[in-house]
Write a protein that binds this ligand. Structure first.
Ligand SMILES: [Zn+2]
Length: 438
């Protein structure tokens, strides 16, 4: 259906008259064949390709504006498209790993246009043991419209290291995604979004093939959490907690059946509700001040990969060795994680770890940072208060910084990084305990 639009014709329709209007100037589609590769190694890259300027179909059922490279021929994308001159934006890694490229192409009717794109890859977090997933992503259940193969293509194009799905109260896409993950040699985290009207919770990783058996329209929070554990979940995450049907909002309103149940693990930074990010952070900071080890998770809540961007916010965890769904979840539960809309953080003292220091004796917290857009600042947060903010002259793509601190009693420290676009990354805390000198 990707044919061109005709020239516009003015039509006057007098009352009571049947009018016939024929169009003869539609041209047949052309084809475009992309091959996307790493500019340094020539290795094929999964990519997202968006029409930047040129003919954008108004009715999206008739043609897409966003395309993804193939699952089985990585780096290749072939599709029919209306003839004309185009500028495409081609991106691999979602702006976290390297810059996008703008490429021009002319498409002629009935012809194939070949476009070779070389993308600069700047950063490789997995080389340093950091792996990323989008921990809130729908496929095609309920109001979501993304078949599992396209979920995988979109997550791969975003440069995510593990596939993830969380459909509303459904696990029907798990086996399809597990097959894709095996074919592509990457891990898959099977999840579900339990979706009562008073709170949504992602539970993962689930045993493959496990089916939820509760009715979330009548279940209490205790029943939801028990069902999550029965299905194998080591992580229960409170999703978009402060929106009108979020758990924390419902608790404040006294409408969550079962009240407050402490048996969750993570609280979500949700890109679709990013105006709540500060509320989520402050809630976590309160927990950390009380010594409660709830940690961060983040996901985009994507329902439609053609109109939303998978991995726009993502969760990075540190894993020693080869990543798996179970190890990813363990790292999250242990707080070895940060969430990011852009900046990359490499801490020398691991997030979630316990550091023992002597009272009043200075110690150093060291961080390496990276950002495709360029780094603006790094703030050190101590027990919920911003203690220091360092700004980076010239918004460099790489930076290193040290904070010298000393404490007299138990504290926690976390960081917030900001890039030139104002995109942030938030970390889990480093716990600092004071030991008495002998
Ligand atoms: Zn939800």
């Amino acid at each position: 259906m990707n044919t061109s639009e005709s020239a516009a014709v003015a039509v006057t329709l007098p009352a009571g008259v049947d009018l016939r209007q024929n169009f003869h100037d539609l041209r047949t589609a052309g084809r475009i064949l992309f091959s996307v590769a790493d500019s340094a190694t020539g290795a094929p890259l999964d990519a997202r390709i968006v029409i930047d300027t040129g003919y954008k179909p108004l009715v999206q059922f008739l043609g897409r504006r966003t395309f993804f490279t193939d699952l089985d021929r990585p780096g290749r994308a072939a599709f029919a498209i209306a003839p004309g001159h185009y500028q495409f934006r081609v991106e691999s890694g979602g702006g976290f790993l390297g810059p996008a490229e703008l490429v021009q192409a002319d498409v002629a009717p009935g012809r194939t246009t070949n476009v070779a794109v070389r993308l600069l890859r700047l950063f490789a977090p997995p080389h340093h043991g950091w792996f990323a997933a989008d921990l809130h992503h729908h496929a095609d259940q309920a109001e979501a419209v993304t078949p599992p193969a396209f979920l995988a293509r979109s997550e791969l194009a975003a440069g995510l290291d593990l596939l993830f799905v969380s459909d509303h109260d459904s696990t029907v896409n798990h086996l399809a995604l597990e097959r894709i993950a095996l074919r592509r040699g990457i891990p898959f985290i099977p999840s579900v979004e339990f979706s009562p009207s008073w709170g949504h919770f992602n539970a993962y990783p689930l045993r493959l093939g496990a089916r939820p058996r509760i009715d979330t329209s009548t279940a209490t929070v205790q029943q939801v959490f028990a069902e999550a554990r029965r299905l194998g979940a080591t992580i229960v995450e409170v999703n978009h907690p402060f929106i009108p049907y979020g758990y924390f909002k419902s608790l404040a309103d006294g409408v969550a059946p079962g009240g407050f149940d402490p048996a969750f693990d993570l609280v979500e930074i949700n890109a679709a509700n990013s105006s709540d990010d500060d509320k989520v952070l402050h809630r976590l900071w309160e927990y950390w001040n009380a010594g409660d080890r709830y940690y961060l998770g983040a996901g985009t809540d994507t329902h439609d990969v053609w109109n939303e961007v998978s991995g726009r916010v993502r969760t990075f965890v540190h894993i020693d060795g080869k990543p798996s769904a179970a190890l990813f979840a363990d790292a999250l539960r242990d707080g070895h994680a940060y969430v990011s809309y852009g900046p990359l953080i490499y801490p020398r003292v691991m997030f979630g770890s316990d550091l023992k220091v002597l009272p009043g004796v200075p110690f150093t917290l060291h961080f390496r940072l990276a950002s495709v857009a360029g780094l603006e600042s790094l703030s050190l947060i101590e027990n919920g208060t911003v203690r220091t903010t360092k700004t980076f002259a010239g918004t460099p793509r790489r930076a290193e910084t040290d904070f010298q601190v000393s404490v007299r009693r138990a504290r926690w420290f976390s960081v917030t990084a900001v890039d030139r676009n104002g995109h942030k990354a938030y970390s889990d805390p480093i716990w600092v305990d004071v030991v008495s000198p002998r």
